[in-house]
Write a protein that binds this ligand. Structure first.
Ligand code: SF4
Ligand code: SF4
Length: 242
């Protein structure tokens, strides 16, 4: 197939376009107009606030949040700092299965598993660290956890003086009463809350008894394969000649 020639016409630049002065002036004018458009209403809002008043309804104002006295109200789908949940016997629910570490797209979870003294728990995290400077707060770890052991809070006030203090270990991650207390951050968004098969099967207990219905369900799922076909009937034995 022959190549198709395309002719492009480059428009000639005018004198003013070639020295760029008009373009620079146009850009500066646009920037200044945005600055003044936003600055004047902000100053007006601050002037009203000085006298403890709100600007009249309908007047354009730029809301200013006086942090930290005022906090931004994020949406219900917000997710912040992680927490590790505990069982009723005060042990961590985490069984160091590495599912969250595997699901993490930022590769910021570091777990070392150990053998739990309670036989029914099998494993527990000797080390569980999250590098919060690498975390992108996607919540994949929460969704991946089969034990409902890692949740996220609505705490976004994460500031660190050095890289090392941004790596949270078990002491920092373990849920504290203040996380859900009045005025605390509360729990973050969990899209699959209530839908997890493990949640439906109930909490995992040291006795292992509460786990039985789940094992039963899993067994049924494994056995959902069709039964093998019955072997063909053996042909009738030939009668011996008289
Ligand atoms: S929220 Fe996302 S990035 Fe952060 S630790 Fe969990 S899976 Fe990794
Ligand atoms: S997925 Fe859950 S149980 Fe498994 S290691 Fe992570 S927090 Fe622990």
């Amino acid at each position: 197939m022959p190549a198709k020639a395309v002719t492009l016409t480059v428009p000639e630049l005018t004198f003013w376009e070639r020295i760029y002065l008009v373009e620079v002036a146009k850009g500066l004018f646009r920037t200044m107009s945005h600055l003044l458009r936003n600055l004047l209403p902000t100053l007006k809002t601050d002037a009203y606030a000085l006298f403890g008043k709100l600007p009249p309804a309908g007047e354009r104002s730029i809301p200013t949040i006086y942090y930290p006295e005022e906090k931004r109200n994020y949406s219900n789908r917000f997710r912040g700092r992680h927490i590790l949940k505990k069982r009723a016997d005060d042990t961590l629910r985490c069984v160091a299965c590495y599912m969250c570490q595997t699901a993490c797209p930022a590769d910021c979870i570091d777990i070392v598993a150990g053998e739990h003294p309670v036989l029914a728990y099998e494993k527990y995290p000797v080390k569980f660290e999250i590098d919060l400077l690498r975390c992108v707060m996607c919540g994949f770890c929460v969704d991946a956890c089969p034990k409902d052991a890692i949740w996220m809070t609505r705490d976004y006030e994460l500031s660190f003086f050095d890289r090392k203090s941004a790596v949270y270990g078990i002491p920092e991650l373990t849920e504290k009463p203040g996380d859900t207390a009045e005025g605390g951050p509360g729990y973050g968004y969990r899209p699959y809350y209530g839908a997890s098969p493990m949640r439906k099967a109930g909490e995992f207990q040291p006795s292992g008894l509460a786990l039985m219905p789940f094992l039963d369900l899993r067994n049924k799922a494994i056995n959902r394969m069709p039964a093998p076909a019955a072997p063909p009937a053996a042909p009738p034995a030939a009668k011996p000649a008289a």
